[in-house]
Design a protein around this ligand. Sequence first.
Ligand SMILES: Cc1cc2nc3c(=O)[nH]c(=O)nc-3n(C[C@H](O)[C@H](O)[C@H](O)COP(=O)(O)OP(=O)(O)OC[C@H]3O[C@@H](n4cnc5c(N)ncnc54)[C@H](O)[C@@H]3O)c2cc1C
Length: 401
Amino acid sequence: MARLLIDKDLCTGCESCVPVCPFGALSMKEGIAVVDEKCTFCGACVDVCPVNAITMEKEEKAVTIDTSAFKDVWVFIEHEFGKVSGVSFELLGEGRKLANALGCKLCGMLFADPELAEGFAKEAIAYGAERVYLVESPLFKIYRTDPYAKAAVDLIRKYKPEIVLFGATTQGRDFAGTVATTLEVGLTADCTGLDIDPETKYLRQTRPAFGGNIMATILDYPNYRPQMATVRPKVFPMPERDDSRKGEIIREPLQMTEEQVRTKVLEFIRGTETVNLADAEIIVSGGRGVGGPEGFKPIRELAEVLGAAVGASRAAVDSGWISYEHQVGQTGRTVRPKIYIACGISGSIQHQAGMKTSEIIVAINKDPEAPIFKIATYGIVGDLFTVVPMLTEEFKKRLGR
Ligand SMILES: Cc1cc2nc3c(=O)[nH]c(=O)nc-3n(C[C@H](O)[C@H](O)[C@H](O)COP(=O)(O)OP(=O)(O)OC[C@H]3O[C@@H](n4cnc5c(N)ncnc54)[C@H](O)[C@@H]3O)c2cc1C
């Protein structure tokens, strides 16, 4: 715990601390600054006090927990618009390997409206969960941070999982961060690899660092449990679904009422352009080599003939030639299509981070030394404005489109 101390003898009543507090926790009383319970100990006031009258006292917590009490691998079963997100099943596939390495159970953590809950739980079991911890409530109809975090924190405190995995989706990123800060545990975001350290049995969480130039493997501090990580969709393969699998469902009540939820969802407004890169089986992507917004015309034409989605490198997005929803790579989408056709893309490490696990990579580039050829299944050295229309014509003929 921290404490904010205001030295009454030093305080000159200059009021410089009052406006800098982002939480309105400081006010003046009889010419001296006073702090109230809204203080979050962010330290903003400490930095501005010209006479050093404000100090922060931090008590280092000597944390020692019984780590042996924490067991099992949990996966957050995310759903939206009445459908479980594919990333949850991918995480169950990866979670199975971790649970096997630890000799423990693989479990799902599911919060859902009673109308949909049972079906979602059965799906999680079909993808490998041996047990599903289920909290049912109409409050879960649409994702909101408060009820989800309350349910997760209560479950985790009660059942003590060793590892909890979340999809690095919009929902998962918001939710996992809230759960981690409430439980005061670590969270490794956007992992691209997970495994168990054979000696310590800790979770090894691998993710790109320093702009994708190195891969860092992160271990949680031994006295903090559970170990928590987020993983983007399509990083891990989809496991086999087996509807004959049997599993246990453990139900817990939600200790929260609608009045206690701080957000109300008034309306959903979908983006104007819907680009479903994550689910596309074929992606045709353009990079700086397309030369401008009109350079995406042959890319779109090829994509249309193939029934593919259109992707892009960050260079093309940053140039304003195509919108961000199309960006593939470390700061864009991670994709795993059957075929990825990279046109005029050099193949930087950051672009590769989002597409290198594609089943077949076709690279079209006029520079034979371009790094993309090192990971390409098929490489075509040539001008994309000649090669791409030729491919479109040929596919039109062969596919009868
Ligand atoms: C922190 C960080 C995050 C990043 N995140 C991403 C990300 O998510 N996604 C991403 O893509 N990048 C990302 N980048 C940027 C990345 O480093 C590269 O700058 C970017 O990928 C380059 O895009 P490009 O391959 O389209 O362009 P270039 O590297 O300029 O390559 C263009 C290629 O087109 C070829 N070419 C030119 N004209 C033609 C033609 N007519 N026909 C055929 N080939 C042609 C050239 O030979 C060249 O190989 C990130 C960078 C940083 C630092």
